[in-house]
Design a protein around this ligand. Structure first.
Ligand SMILES: Nc1ncnc2c1ncn2[C@@H]1O[C@H](COP(=O)(O)OP(=O)(O)OP(=O)(O)O)[C@@H](O)[C@H]1O
Ligand SMILES: O=C(O)C1=C[C@@H](O)[C@@H](O)[C@H](O)C1
Ligand SMILES: [Mg+2]
Length: 266
């Protein structure tokens, strides 16, 4: 299916990284890139916020449908706008498209965080958090329904996501389901290590506290209690065994002790 598509189209919620990752795929793969939002701005001679103000969302969606039709055989990477699945006629175009369509899946928390930093998206300004969440839930199955493959983006850099997508070009049809699952696993691994890094940041503050009050780095009672509490909390899980908790906590605690000792120069 994926084999070096003439047209690779990215869909997903606003802020999922379609523009950023699309440009990165084009850079790494030496292909061309087009962004439907930029094309709309070029055709209209206005920015997206201006189009929303002057023509309303309906006017914007009409332009979007027009531009979507014009990029169906674009030779390269196409980044769509987050609302490309809003109109049923666009969904029909995407379902019948000769393009290979990838859904860049993310999570609401990181997406909203990025969009707030950026501003710019009219729908973000006018919707409450609850409405935004509802929009997310409503669009997710629509992106799934038009995509040939879903790539999980949480915790991954744009360069990593781009490389993952390029690697799909040499995969055969049978491998795609497996690669979609691995895409999720790779995202979890990144999240796990990000949380470990955050845990170690807190360890730094603990070290400063211990220094201030002259406490020992190793608090044996707490280390034992921590493991026992975790074992109790995960007692019903078949996968998180006591042995696993002991092994993982041994690594985390050693990393914490090393960090505290480095920091306190002990
Ligand atoms: N994987 C990522 N990790 C960190 N930041 C990212 C990632 N992907 C995108 N970003 C950042 O998030 C912001 C939004 O990204 P981008 O504009 O590519 O989203 P989009 O999917 O094209 O959104 P829209 O549907 O509104 O066009 C940008 O500031 C970008 O740098
Ligand atoms: O999610 C949406 O509906 C939108 C996303 C952006 O890409 C722009 O197309 C516009 O801000 C609307
Ligand atoms: Mg974009």
């Amino acid at each position: 299916m994926i084999k070096e598509p003439d047209t690779l189209m990215l869909v997903g919620f606003m802020g999922a990284g379609k523009t950023t990752v699309g440009k990165e795929i084009a850079r790494q793969h030496h292909s061309r890139f087009i962004d439907i939002d930029s094309e709309i701005e070029r055709v209209a001679g206005q920015t997206i916020p201006e189009i929303f103000i002057e023509r309303g969302e309906i006017g914007f969606r009409a332009l979007e449908t027009q531009v979507l039709a014009s990029v169906q055989t674009f030779n390269g990477v196409v980044a769509t706008g987050g609302g490309i699945v809003e109109r049923p006629e666009n969904i029909a175009v995407l379902k019948n498209s000769p393009a290979t369509i990838i859904y860049l899946h993310g999570n609401l928390e990181s997406t909203i965080g990025r969009l707030i930093i950026e501003g710019q998206r009219p729908l973000l300004q006018e919707k409450s958090t609850a409405e935004f969440f509802a929009l997310w839930k409503e669009r997710d199955p629509k992106y799934q329904s038009v995509a040939n493959m879903t790539v999980e983006t949480v915790g991954k850099t744009p360069a990593r996501i781009a490389a993952e997508i390029i690697a799909l070009f040499s995969a055969n049809e049978d491998e795609l389901a497996l690669l979609a699952l691995r895409s999720q696993i790779d995202a979890f691994d990144r999240q796990i290590f990000k949380i470990i890094a955050q845990r170690l940041e807190v360890v730094s503050s603990v070290a400063r506290y211990k220094e201030k009050f002259g406490l020992a780095t190793i608090q044996t009672n707490r280390m034992v209690r921590l493991r026992n509490d975790l074992k109790a909390d995960f007692a019903l899980s078949e996968d998180i065994t006591d042995d696993m908790i002991d092994a993982v906590m041994a690594i985390l605690m050693q990393a914490a002790i090393d960090k505290e000792n480095r920091q306190l120069d002990r």
